[in-house]
Design a binder for this molecule. Structure first.
Ligand code: ADP
Length: 486
């Protein structure tokens, strides 16, 4: 009999409560999968009042608050509770910090007090876990925003009942965001100063939250096997490759799954017409509806290329921009959804305005439009320079939108290259991060698209791909159980 564990996730976002990217998809779905295996799951998140009400999340106050001293001030943080998809969420209220326009900042500007916000959150989360539940077996922390949890647990909460003996898992969802801040905060926030050295959270004389998590956790995971290897190299290691090499004994890569209930073209109420394996007619209706709704020429045959992404350097948007005119000249259509880098936003806006019947661009974040585009597209583009796992290509496959991806990180692990394996291919790879290599792969995809019988086979394999959490949740469970035996 597998022992049932008490597992607490601490994270800065989770779908459907509050989301800026793939981290939220994972923190929203993995606890649900683990709970199905019988474990007792709790997720602790900031109480993002605006987001929660926008997303219609029902919460109730717990009538307890944690008082915390930070930066020469007392902060009172009432706790709230919500049950979402049968999983229990504890939400840490601090309106000054978490009832803002963005989760981490606005536009491209991070909030200047992010370290204060998230250290306070880390501490209150530990206090809440000690106070509210049974003895915690595992704390599973995610990305820099919760990087200090394992270290604080070791150095300042090691005598707290219920949590002192908990093991810690730290997942790196994206090594490029490390949470680096001025060392003046050490004293202002009461961080464990004796750990401010190279082997812990010191980084070029600054605080590095990601390093704190890597050094102090019992186990480190990242979100795909290929990325777990890549981050040990100078190309992908973001200056931490040498540091990470010391921890390969506790580092492993587990590919992300998808919440198949949340992403299901057979039941999705936001798309124009439902479809799925063996019932693909609805997909053509979705394409037609999107073309009509966005002003694209109604043309069932034109290949509809799609991209839904943060417009960041990581995502290879420059490789897209370099190719758009060529593709439009070849008669392809393009629908793009995203926001981020202002120059990319402007370039996409200009191109869409100049070619209204062939290209559509929506600047912003819209879950509903994202679903419509996933459902309508023929080809989904992910030319990422690096990609720890990527959720976009998983959702695209689930919606029969065949991905063209750069062969890096999780993209390489989850999309089978048609050119390598014509019997099992679910998409197209390209190796070099160049506009030319990207164009070659897109041209190959379009050439196959023009052969309907072959295309239908590749699309069916994409539609049928098992992106469930089952295998990966089991891999996490094995890690937790291994730690409990240590
Ligand atoms: P990352 O986490 O690096 O942004 P992922 O591919 O792992 O990239 O996850 C991105 C998630 O965010 C996917 O669920 C994707 O559909 C969603 N997403 C990205 N941009 C937008 C947008 N502009 N509007 C709606 N959803 C978006």
């Amino acid at each position: 009999m597998i022992p049932k564990l008490n597992i607490t996730f601490i994270a800065s976002e989770a779908a459907p409560l509050a989301k800026t990217g793939g981290l939220a998809d994972v923190v929203g779905a993995l606890p649900k999968a683990l709970q199905k295996s019988g474990h007792q799951m709790t997720v602790i998140l900031p109480f993002y009042r605006k987001e929660l009400s926008k997303n219609n999340i029902r919460t109730s106050p717990l009538k307890v608050a944690v008082e915390m001293w930070a930066d020469n001030q007392s902060h009172i943080c009432p706790l709230h509770e919500a049950t979402v998809n049968k999983v229990r969420f504890i939400l840490v209220e601090h309106d000054g910090f978490f009832n803002r326009e963005g989760l981490y900042g606005t536009g491209n500007h991070a909030y200047a007090d992010n370290l204060l916000r998230f250290i306070l959150f880390n501490r209150v989360a530990l206090e809440a876990a000690a106070m509210l539940g049974n003895k915690v077996d595992i704390f599973h922390c995610h990305d820099w925003q919760t990087g200090f949890v394992p270290l604080l647990l070791q150095t300042q909460y090691q005598h707290q009942p219920n949590i002192a003996e908990a093991k810690t898992v730290f997942t790196i969802h994206n090594l490029a965001y490390q949470g680096v801040f001025s060392s003046e905060w050490i004293h202002r926030l009461g961080l464990p100063a004796h750990h401010f050295h190279q082997e812990s959270f010191e980084f070029y004389d600054q605080i590095n939250c990601m390093k704190a998590g890597i050094a102090a956790s019992d186990m480190i995971t990242t979100v795909s096997p290929t990325y777990a290897k890549e981050i040990l190299t100078p190309e992908y290691g973001c200056h931490l490759e040498g540091f990470l090499q010391q921890y390969t004994h506790k580092l492993t890569g587990i590919v992300n799954g998808l919440d198949l209930d949340a992403w299901n073209p057979l039941t999705d109420t936001t798309i124009n017409s439902k479809f799925g394996v063996g019932k693909v007619a609805g997909k053509a209706k979705c394409k037609k509806a999107l073309q009509q709704q966005t002003g694209l020429k109604t043309d069932a045959k034109a290949p509809l290329l799609t991209l839904i992404s943060r417009l960041a350097e990581q995502k290879g948007i420059d490789l897209l921009l370099a190719n758009i005119n060529t593709w439009l000249n070849r008669g392809y259509q393009l629908a793009v959804l995203g926001s981020g880098d202002a120059s990319h936003e402007q370039a996409l806006t200009d191109l869409a305005e100049a070619n209204p019947t062939q290209m559509y661009f929506y600047r912003g974040f819209s879950e509903g439009l994202a679903r419509q585009i996933y459902a309508s597209g023929d080809i989904f583009l992910m030319p990422s320079r690096f990609e720890p796992c990527g959720l976009g290509q998983l959702i695209a496959m689930r919606y029969g939108n065949v991905p063209v991806v750069r062969a890096t990180g999780g993209l390489k692990d989850t999309v089978v290259d048609y050119n390598q394996d014509k019997k099992q291919g679910t998409g197209f790879h390209f190796e070099d991060a160049t506009a030319e290599a990207f164009d070659v792969a897109v041209e190959q995809a379009v050439a196959v698209y023009k052969k309907p019988a072959t295309w239908s086979r590749i699309r069916n394999r994409a539609l049928r791909r098992d992106s469930s959490w089952q295998a990966s949740a089991k891999a996490y469970e094995d890690i937790y159980l291994g730690l409990m035996r240590d």
